[in-house]
Design a protein around this ligand. Structure first.
Ligand code: CMP
Length: 159
């Protein structure tokens, strides 16, 4: 295991295995360190890992573009990305943070660009798998809502 990446809020880095496949199934141990999945049973985290696909993005790449339709949900596994909304200031997301939930939850276009700062590794979960998770995993949905509430408070402070 190597320690790579750290959340912008000073969170401990997520431990990444040296050998990594593209299938999410190899990543259950890594996902167990992501706060969104922190209160889930081990076998549920394994199931989520098997639904995910790992993708790498180079520096400056748009991972999500404002106005696009939402087709996937993203968990940032390594590196940092900037959320750039049409109004208000940009926010930095780091390892263990998630994005891309809004367009899936309210079936509306993407609300902001999300751009990779440097090399970024994300796990993507398809729209349909995300919908099923939100309905079947109350602990995950609760964490999702908690983060959305915190982001709303933060956004209201700065607009
Ligand atoms: P979505 O609208 O699907 O795509 C852009 C994503 O950026 C959005 O989902 C959120 O995940 C994220 N996002 C938008 N606004 C903010 C914000 N103020 N703080 C943190 N993340 C945000």
């Amino acid at each position: 295991m190597s320690q790579v990446g750290a959340g912008p809020a000073g969170r401990a880095a997520i431990s990444l295995p040296r050998e990594t496949g593209r299938s999410g199934a190899d990543w259950a141990q890594v996902l167990a360190e992501v706060p969104l999945f922190g209160n889930l049973r081990r076998r549920h985290v394994k199931r989520i890992a098997s639904l995910g696909r790992m993708r790498r993005y180079g520096p400056g790449t748009s991972i999500v573009r404002a106005g696009d339709a939402g087709t996937a949900f993203f968990v940032l596994i390594d590196g940092t990305a900037r959320v750039i909304p049409a109004k208000g200031r940009a926010r930095r997301l780091g390892a263990g943070d998630f994005f891309g939930e809004m367009a899936l939850l309210d079936d509306s276009p993407r609300s902001a660009d999300v751009v990779a700062d440097g090399e970024v590794l994300v796990m993507t979960i398809s729209r349909s798998a995300f919908g099923k998770l939100v309905r079947s995993e109350p602990a995950l949905s609760h964490e999702l809502l908690r983060t959305l509430a915190a982001r709303l408070r933060s956004a209201e402070k700065t607009v």
